[in-house]
Design a protein around this ligand. Structure first.
Ligand SMILES: [Zn+2]
Length: 220
């Protein structure tokens, strides 16, 4: 699958816990297509379902053919608790690519922040060769496809329907914002960002046969 970095605008980078001068924050897009990133899905039956990204249309080079657009959205509390109860979080997508919870037996033993990521529009840009195998915490490490940046050992999920190994589809780092930055008394800016585990990475996997997305997080 082609590797495409998420490109955030300058105002949004200011809300992120990130070095915006890093070259991976300034990757060029090959077109002007914008995608919705973050926000709540305002789902009446699943109020904690928060968007990660909506790919409409599916970008060229992304190996999804069972739908023409897709929304990746999860309940952050379920994602955190899934690994604590040795379970994996899966969503089934309808023919419009919209998700609904597939894993019904996740035990919530730890309360977790359910706030959505701040909604924005992003572009995608082909990952430059030098960032093909990017280190964790090295600039903007949010991307579709390509090689995952592992915080721990490599991990893949098998589809709960066909049992085949799922494709790596996306990773998100814990630097994306859930609140506007606040100035502290000493003049420093406090940036409130999402926490995957204790501040690691979220990995998204996809089965194109069954239209199932799967989610993992790793942290130190
Ligand atoms: Zn499958």
């Amino acid at each position: 699958m082609k590797s495409l970095h998420l490109i955030f605008n300058s105002d949004y980078l200011d809300k992120m816990e990130i070095d915006k001068s890093h070259p991976s924050c300034n990757i060029k897009s090959q077109n002007d297509i914008e995608y919705l990133f973050g926000g709540s899905l305002n789902d009446t039956t699943d109020p904690n379902l928060n968007r990660l990204i909506t790919l409409s249309p599916i970008p060229e080079g992304v190996e999804i053919s069972s739908v023409s657009k897709i929304t990746l959205g999860i309940d952050f509390e379920l994602l955190f608790n899934s690994l604590l109860c040795d379970n994996y979080l899966f969503y089934k997508h309808d023919i419009d690519g919209y998700p609904s919870l597939f894993t019904k037996d996740i035990v919530v033993s730890n309360e977790y922040d359910k706030k959505p990521i701040i909604l924005t529009k992003i572009k995608l840009g082909e990952t430059p060769f030098e960032w093909t195998n990017q280190e964790w915490e090295d600039g903007n490490n949010n991307k579709i496809g390509g090689n995952p940046t592992w915080v721990q050992e490599p991990e893949y999920l098998n589809c709960p329907c066909c049992k085949e190994k799922m494709k790596f589809l996306m990773q998100l780092n814990s630097d994306v914002p859930v609140n506007e930055p606040q100035e502290l008394n000493d003049g420093r800016m406090y940036k409130d960002t999402i926490m995957f585990g204790s501040g690691g990475m979220c990995y998204v996997y996809w089965c194109d046969n069954d239209r199932i997305s799967g989610y993992l997080w790793q942290s130190t």
